[in-house]
Design a protein around this ligand. Structure first.
Ligand code: ATP
Length: 454
């Protein structure tokens, strides 16, 4: 059994062998140990340094402060003899009492640190690239119900409903404003269902030109048209066979395609373009929309029979402003995700910044929160996100009416803001109706609402 003395020698020898510089102080902030590389850099010996106050031996040290606060400091910049270093400092505890402190200097020069950081970042972005490529290839569901953040009453009710309906085969229509998490829920339902071991396939009905949508959905046979791929191509329905097909932005599907989709859903058979035979498919459909489909049905732009077929179960996702109590947890989760992706520390939101996030109306919902935090994350210095690091859309969300200017442009903007607010109130926040009421197009209204953060 080695004695305490030989143990101590052994530990000193071990600490001398590492590249990092190590310093240990007692509870009076006097040096009790400096490893050899650190002694060489400081040009001291044990005889000239041990027992002396650390502040006399190491320039800009904070070990004496760590002794007082009992709080560790990590990754701090420290300048010694004109060189910048990255230092870590930890209190040493014995039975809950601070009995000393230990400091390490990781990179002796910020250049060394920057090189390392650049390498890590390059690796992380490479990893991100391959992860995304893999996701696209598998086209699978990635998000579980547990990945959906929200403990507000409305979210708890929603999640209870999801658990009840997920296992069946009923068609689900997910409704909610843009960025509320409709796709996330589609993933979660698939993963909770009996189809989870089969494919989850997504198609965005708004993003694919009308003339290509049929081929995308139902596939084509070899020679079906000029330019058709040799061997043909399976459609999303065939790819999702046994699994789930997620029809995003279903409200934007052209009428002709709606008729074909309805037939497939009723007969459970698909006919690829150029095929002579129908093929059976077993697909559960989850559709999503940010538009009021009833209005589209009334306007003759969406088939009523298809509407009833896809909305066997309806899920209404709340806007973020209707569940503000979830904002702190969501912000924390999104910052954690950013930190993991970039290999940086997760910054903390200052109280002021958090208050601002809680006040904002979030027309773009969780996606807007995510984008705002990402911008702030890159703008912030150190470990904090302050009010100043938030994007201008949040900090300058002072409405024109609150700050009426003098110029014609400012006064017109203030009047426009008031008119929009009144129209929304008169139409119970129904944007389609408000656009109609004001005699402007829907997209013009959306642009104006975004401009004034309404
Ligand atoms: N409750 C939530 N918890 C965690 N992240 C969320 C939540 N809701 C949304 N997000 C994140 O917000 C972003 C937008 O979500 P998603 O794409 O599912 O919204 P969407 O309603 O389908 O939007 P759109 O209608 O514009 O397609 C995603 O990055 C998603 O991960």
């Amino acid at each position: 059994m080695p004695t305490t003395e030989t143990n101590r020698d052994w530990v000193s020898a071990a600490l001398d062998a590492v590249e990092e510089w190590v310093v240990v102080v007692d509870q009076h902030a006097q040096v009790v140990f400096l490893n050899r590389p650190y002694r060489q850099f400081l040009d001291v010996t044990p005889e000239t340094s041990y027992g002396r106050p650390v502040t006399e031996i190491i320039e800009n040290t904070r070990l004496h402060l760590v002794l007082k606060s009992g709080i560790a400091e990590q990754g701090r910049l420290q300048e010694i003899q004109g060189r910048h270093m990255i230092a870590n400092r930890y209190p040493i505890l014995e039975q809950g009492q601070v009995v000393g402190a230990i400091g390490t200097v990781l990179f002796h020069d910020t250049h060394e640190w920057r090189m390392m950081n650049t390498q890590v970042r390059a690796l992380m972005s490479e990893l991100d690239f391959y992860r995304r490529a893999l996701d696209n290839q598998q086209s699978g569901a990635r998000f579980h119900l547990s990945d959906i953040i929200g403990h507000s009453a409305v979210m708890r009710q929603l999640n209870d409903k999801v658990k009840k309906i997920a296992s069946g085969d009923a068609a689900v229509l997910i409704r909610g404003e843009s960025g509320t998490g409709k796709e996330l829920y589609a993933h979660a339902i698939h993963l909770l269902s009996d189809r989870s071991h089969n494919s989850f396939v997504k198609i965005n009905c708004a993003a694919i030109p009308e003339n290509l949508l049929e081929a995308e959905l139902f596939g084509y046979e070899e020679g079906a048209f000029t330019g058709a791929r040799k061997g043909g191509k399976p459609g999303k329905f065939q790819l999702a066979d046994g699994g789930t097909l997620f029809l995003d932005e279903v409200g934007d599907m052209p009428l002709a395609m709606q008729a074909k989709l309805l037939r497939v859903l009723q007969d459970r058979e698909v006919e690829a373009i150029g095929a002579t035979q129908l093929k059976p498919v077993d697909v559960r459909v989850i559709a999503a929309t940010h538009q009021p489909l009833e209005d589209k049905v009334k306007a003759g732009m969406f088939r009523e029979d298809l509407y009833y077929r896809i909305k066997v179960v309806q899920l209404e996702l709340p806007a973020l402003r209707e569940r503000r109590e979830d904002i702190p947890a969501l912000a924390d989760h999104l910052l954690e995700r950013l930190a993991r992706r970039t290999g940086r520390h997760k910054p903390k939101l200052t109280a002021q910044a958090l208050t601002r996030l809680l006040e904002h109306d979030w027309p773009g919902n969780v996606r807007e929160l995510e984008n705002s935090l990402e911008a702030a994350f890159y703008l912030s210095h150190g470990h904090k996100i302050t009010l100043q690091s938030l994007p201008e859309t949040l900090t300058h969300a002072l409405m024109p009416a609150q700050q009426p200017g003098h110029t014609l442009r400012e006064r017109l903007a203030a009047a426009e803001y008031e008119i929009l607010k009144e129209a929304l109130a008169a139409c119970n926040d129904n944007r389609m109706e408000a656009a109609h009421f004001l005699g402007i197009g829907k997209s013009t209204l959306y642009d104006k609402l975004a401009k004034y953060q309404l």
